[in-house]
Design a binder for this molecule. Structure first.
Ligand code: TRP
Length: 363
């Protein structure tokens, strides 16, 4: 079995990507890409998965493919090093899913915590679309089709990776060593694991209107930072303030680097000292927010500039996606052939079978 190091991950194209995507996975992907340590990297725009709960809104998915692709490239994903592709264009993934369905029980899917919360969030309760219910199986197909060894994702995807590994073990146990068990790669910093919305709510979500998008203008980012949720009891500058649950400090945990202090806030040597002063009292929210704004602008400005350049040639982006999809299809097809052989549904390639059957009927 090959010992190649292969990455696969992806995002649902239901909107432009926000900074939660960035610190949760996107920034890491670019580092991994540039580390040169991986034999292959596949990044997938998961439109088919997006349709499992947006089947009645195909335009939303269609319109956002390009947004996600632009965000990827603007962040530094490089099609020369990374295959970027569109899930629905790889029919092999559906075929794999269909065979994996035999290896998963309904009760196992019902126990998947991510699916459980999503069902509640979408008020599906008693009328869950089968496609949505089974998307963890399709996600296992996405991952195994490329023999991914590493899957960089956010914490909410943990149950999907567990489910994938169960499918791999079951498949290999029944049909022989064919599929590869992937490892999840989570952000190493707690703030990046689950970046809250600007309102302090647990998760950034388009419907809550609490996201900062990678494609937001400098003015919008500033507005969002300056109106961010902090410590509601920190009323006067001299009052002691709380760090826990204070979104501005969570964002600083996720984004600030030592050089930002030198550049924008030289009176503090590092984030710990800034936090300590806030907790003691005597440090106002506005000052911390202004600093965060400088940090955010410095991080997002190069992305914004690259995006503006890329937006000038949209046909080139679609061409890149088409070429990436062709490369991905060939890779997935190789795995599918192995899967079909293992499952003994490769009739026409099996000369042994044809010979044996001939002999049987000749008797
Ligand atoms: N579930 C992921 C999300 O919601 C998208 C996704 C689909 C994915 N297939 C995947 C992520 C395979 C990693 C691996 O963003």
């Amino acid at each position: 079995m090959s010992k190649k190091k292969i990455i696969l991950t992806g995002d649902r194209p239901t909107g432009p990507l926000h900074i939660g995507h960035y610190v949760g996975s996107l920034r890491r992907r670019v580092e991994l890409q540039n580390s040169g340590e991986f034999d292959k990297i596949f990044i997938m725009i998961a439109d088919a998965q997006a349709l499992t709960d947006n089947y009645d809104n195909p335009d939303k998915v269609r319109e956002n493919i390009i947004e996600v692709a632009l965000d990827y490239l603007a962040c530094g994903l490089d099609p020369k090093k990374t295959t970027i592709f569109i899930q629905s264009q790889i029919a092999e993934l559906c075929e794999l899913s269909f065979y994996y369905m035999n290896l998963v029980t309904v009760s196992r899917l019902q126990r998947n915590p991510t699916v459980k919360t999503e069902i509640q969030m979408r008020n599906f309760e008693t009328s869950i679309p089968v496609g949505f219910f089974t998307y963890p199986i399709s996600q296992a197909a996405d991952i195994t089709a490329f023999k991914a060894t590493v899957v960089p994702v956010g914490e909410d995807q943990k149950p999907m990776l567990e489910q994938t590994n169960e499918i791999v073990r079951r498949f290999n146990g029944i049909y022989g060593e064919t599929l590869v068990e992937p490892q999840i790669l989570l952000p190493d910093n707690a703030a990046c694991l689950r970046l809250p919305g600007t309102d302090g709510k647990a998760k950034m979500s388009k419907s809550l209107g609490n996201c900062i998008y990678l494609s937001d203008s400098a003015e919008d980012v500033q507005k969002k930072v300056m109106s961010m949720f902090t410590d509601p009891d920190h009323l006067r500058v001299q009052d002691p303030g709380k760090i826990e649950g204070n979104t501005v400090f969570t964002y600083l945990d996720a984004f600030s680097k030592p050089e930002h202090f030198e550049k924008y806030l030289p009176e503090y040597p590092n984030l710990d000292e800034l936090k300590a002063h806030y907790q003691r009292g005597g440090l106002g929210d506005v000052k911390v927010k202004r600093f965060l704004n400088s940090v955010m602008q410095e991080t997002l400005e190069p992305i914004r500039q690259r995006r503006a350049e890329l937006e000038k040639d949209i046909p080139a982006i679609y061409k890149m996606l088409k070429e990436g999809s062709d490369v991905a299809r060939a890779a997935a097809n190789e795995t599918l052939e192995e899967v079909k052989a293992a499952m003994k549904i490769n009739y026409f390639e099996d000369e042994e079978l044809i010979k044996r059957q001939s002999e049987k009927f000749a008797k």
